[in-house]
Design a binder for this molecule. Structure first.
Ligand SMILES: Nc1ncnc2c1ncn2[C@@H]1O[C@H](COP(=O)(O)OP(=O)(O)O)[C@@H](O)[C@H]1O
Ligand SMILES: [Mg+2]
Length: 240
């Protein structure tokens, strides 16, 4: 099952240089953002609006003093645990991310010379000397489900197939949350729709929480919530 998310007081500023002087420029400010366990959220906004920066904060890859990014696990109606990722540092945040999140990127970030199976298993390389047999089985099952030959050299696969390998890699450790940064932006429209179908279906079936940054507004109606970063604010996306 997934995690619920509660973000508060996330006011992100960027360091910039104006006429040789260091200055701060506000990128966006989020007073509150809530997402229910197992729900999907689309984050829209033009290039440069801060979608990647926001995802990085949700994953604990960046943090801003004074903010709170609280993830909560609920089991049988009771809070099982809560973690404000802004409070974790160093290897603790890396471990937390590895255990609870699956990340998907626009440019796939796969090793072209490795097989599809080896790519899917890379998240185990960080903390396992040998990859567990159960992980190999799960990786094989995911690839089969996504229609990919496990032994295929990844660099020879089509772009849609490569992104499906990346989805399998994000799912293989059975995360609670999938964070995807423009996962379909480098695919043609038909392939993009297929990849998004798989991602939404998989997260719904397993009750995973899904947050996707995208600039494809046509996908809005497929998510439980759709928000857009506009002039530094996170507001509901008008889909009319
Ligand atoms: N580490 C950084 N240092 C300074 N500026 C950054 C950094 N990362 C991103 N930015 C700037 O922040 C803005 C938002 O970037 P980003 O989050 O990548 O937006 P988006 O994903 O919506 O295109 C851009 O103007 C970008 O140049
Ligand atoms: Mg981006």
């Amino acid at each position: 099952m997934g995690l619920s998310l509660s973000v508060s007081q996330l006011h992100v500023q960027l360091k910039s240089h104006v006429a040789g002087q260091k200055a701060l420029r506000g990128l966006f400010g989020i007073e509150h953002l809530e997402l229910a366990d197992g729900h999907s959220l689309a984050l829209y906004g033009p290039s440069g609006s801060g979608k990647t920066t926001l995802l990085n904060h949700l994953a604990g890859l960046s943090s801003t003093p004074g903010s709170r990014v609280l993830w909560t696990k609920t089991l049988s109606g009771q809070t099982a645990w809560q973690q404000d990722v802004t409070q974790l540092q160093g290897s603790s945040i890396d471990r937390w991310r590895l255990q609870h999140t699956g990340l998907v990127f626009q440019q796939f970030q796969l090793f072209a010379s490795m097989s599809a199976l080896e790519n899917v298993l890379t998240p185990y390389r960080f903390d396992h000397w040998r990859c567990p047999t159960s992980a190999r089985q799960r990786a094989g099952q995911l690839l089969q489900e996504f229609g990919i030959v496990a032994t295929a050299p990844t660099g020879k696969l089509s772009r849609g197939e490569q992104q499906r390998v990346a989805l399998a890699r994000a799912l293989v450790r059975e995360p609670d949350v999938i964070l995807a940064d423009e996962p379909t932006a480098s695919l043609d429209p038909v392939t993009a729709a297929q990849v998004m179908d798989i991602l939404l279906q998989k997260c719904r079936n397993q009750g995973l929480t899904l947050i996707v940054a995208t600039h494809d507004a046509a996908l809005a109606h497929r998510f439980d919530q759709a928000l857009t970063l506009q002039q530094g604010q996170l507001v509901p996306l008008e889909t009319a």
